[in-house]
Design a binder for this molecule. Sequence first.
Ligand code: MLT
Length: 266
Amino acid sequence: MLVNVNGINIAYEERGSGVPLLLIHGFPFNRKMWAPQLEGLSRVARVIAPDLRGHGESQALPGPYWMDDLAGDLHAFLQVIGVDRPFVVCGLSMGGYIAMAMYRKYGVHMAGLVLAATRAGPDSEEARQGRVKNIALAREQGVAAVVDGMLHKMFSAKTVQQRPELVRQVRAMMEETSLEGITGALQGMKDRPDSTTTLGLIEFPTLILYGEDDQLVPRSEIRAMEQALRYPRVEGLPDSGHLLNMEQPEHFNSAIERYLQELGLV
Ligand code: MLT
């Protein structure tokens, strides 16, 4: 489905009824990464998975894509599709950065927050330099060159070895990202703010999910988020890397279902 949100065409999929559960994809992915959650969680919630601007089938605009702007797109999008009750946000990696930006601006409308394979801290100097290199690589050699450099870091070694079909699907999904999407998101992530103090303001339990074999998010970042939150709930998923919702979908979905139960939302 496609809707126009403040002049930007946003593609999305939704399934189920009940508490609205907004799923925000990571970089450089799109709503297809949430297929196991659209399937498994629509029994208990109204699962809503949009493509961010410049990703998947949503319209590409020139960057930078500041996390606040992406959060603004999503809040306006929820209004356009008729979400008129408190909603839960689940963001993976860059989706988590956007989810924290959403809390800063629209937290009063939120009933819950799931932070998956993400971090609250800003980029290190080394990470910022890596973004600059990837922006140049994308412009000079195209999206596929950036995807090549990232693909295997997305999974646990076990997934790479045992699930070549999943790795192939993820590569194809990453290559659907537009050049503007890649460069705009890299620019926005590079200069994103520190969200650690934001976490300290959240008054409902917040669920942190991480892959025990995630090569991109060190455990120290997970501990820092846990310490910053007032009511943290933390769960590590074995045999899982950065794309834990695709690598361990049943475990991921049952953790979210239990969390929604704890909040009294299902
Ligand atoms: C993601 O999966 O969204 C990215 O790894 C986030 C990042 O590059 O910081």
